[in-house]
Design a binder for this molecule. Structure first.
Ligand code: TRP
Length: 379
């Protein structure tokens, strides 16, 4: 018991042993249900791997958002990224899912790059670096296959003239004591960081404001972002907009023992820009649920429940449910050893990266088609 690390989950820090049930309690959100997963799948025409594997653990008002769509109303999507470095495979999970939802619900996706947030919170990061990562990371977003007609990527810094008008309206409705309590700010925090939450929250209403029509918004995000949406839901009432709905993803584990994939520990994560050979090396060095010796593993079997390699098959690299179960059994029985299992994953990761990197290169020519435009040019 004593070697369990205390769980910390805030928008700026995720560490320790993550207990999702406790998070659901603490954050006061609804657990995901089979019925809701199936309702999404019905509209999409198939059940996405991430839904089948329980990546989405909780939600707020997802049933309402689906109900609006089922009544024939338009619905929208919002997600984002804090561009402080290269994108790793863990970041791609929710973006792949956004692509699935965009297709299923014919929804516009507003994609926020909070380069301002990263600059304000990271002492060592220059604003120029953060903004450069906005455009670098946008290539990854585009490579996920989103529709240029229905996707609007924007930099808080470069597109502020499209955001500020709504941003100040939201900011006026949030007190300092609220953000201090919700985000745990103390007196040493810079005032930019105090303002930023208004800008992240306003995007919940951006499509509605731009189109002059109240459009239900769903936010796919990791649960650490929930504090923003809690405040945004209070503001929504005051602004006369719908409260944003949410669907919360688990964190993809890193390649090291415990924790999530983290950009701050380069070897714990596979980046989309990693040369396939580098990614292979990282896979081969990864932490597994294997035993100390071959004999022991043959006798006792591996432990997929604590194995990061297994997690990669589970979340990303094994589409077939039956093949996944077979792999799990082979591992538990001691028949499949870690080396072999890693080799196969490394091969799949390399195939994935080659393809993704080609799409990423192509995305450079289409970047402009995805960037947020002024309202006037849209209609
Ligand atoms: N704050 C998020 C981060 O640091 C980025 C973000 C902005 C976001 N808007 C969002 C994430 C909406 C999920 C959904 O990563």
């Amino acid at each position: 018991m004593s070697d369990r690390k205390e769980m910390v989950v805030t928008p700026w820090q995720v560490s320790g042993d993550i207990d999702y049930n406790r998070l659901i309690d603490q954050f006061g959100v609804e657990p995901m249900t089979r019925e809701l997963e199936d309702r999404i799948a019905k509209h999409a025409g198939f059940k996405h791997l991430q839904l089948r594997r329980g990546v989405y653990i909780s939600h707020r008002d997802l049933d309402w958002w689906l109900g609006e769509f089922e009544k024939g109303n338009r619905v929208g999507l919002y997600t984002g990224r804090g561009p402080s470095g290269h994108v790793h495979l863990g970041h791609l999970l929710p973006w792949f899912f956004c692509k699935y939802l965009q297709d299923a619900f014919n929804a516009e996706l507003y994609f926020q790059m909070t380069d301002d947030e990263k600059f304000l919170h990271r002492p060592g990061l220059t604003l120029e670096e953060a903004v450069a990562f906005t455009y670098d990371n946008a290539l990854d977003v585009i490579a996920c296959g989103l529709d240029p007609e229905k996707t609007h990527i924007f930099s808080d810094v470069d597109h502020i003239h499209h955001l500020y008008r709504l941003g100040v309206k939201v900011a006026k409705r949030i007190t300092f004591s609220t953000v201090r309590a919700v985000f745990g700010f103390d007196n040493s925090v810079n005032i930019g960081a105090i303002w930023h939450p208004a800008l992240q929250m306003m995007v919940c209403f951006l499509q509605s404001e731009r189109e002059g029509e109240n459009i239900p918004c769903l936010i796919p995000a990791a649960i650490d972002q929930d504090p923003y949406w809690r405040v945004a839901r209070d503001v929504a009432d005051k602004m006369g907009y719908y409260k944003p709905a949410q669907i919360h993803a688990k964190f993809l584990p890193g390649l090291g023992e415990g924790g999530k994939m983290s950009a701050s520990q380069p070897d714990s994560a596979i980046f989309t820009v990693d040369p396939p050979e580098v990614a292979k090396r990282k896979v081969m060095m990864a932490f597994t649920g294997g035993r100390d010796t071959v004999e022991e593993q043959r006798k006792l079997g591996g432990r997929p429940q604590v194995c990061n390699i297994y997690a990669y098959y589970y979340f990303l690299f094994e589409e077939e449910d039956k093949a996944l179960v077979d792999r799990e059994h082979a591992c538990r029985s001691g028949e499949l050893l870690c080396g072999e299992c890693k080799q196969e994953l490394a091969r799949r990761v390399a195939v994935f990266l080659r393809d993704f990197q080609a799409r990423r290169r192509e995305a450079r020519d289409h970047l402009d088609d995805f960037l947020l435009e002024p309202v006037a040019r849209k209609r």
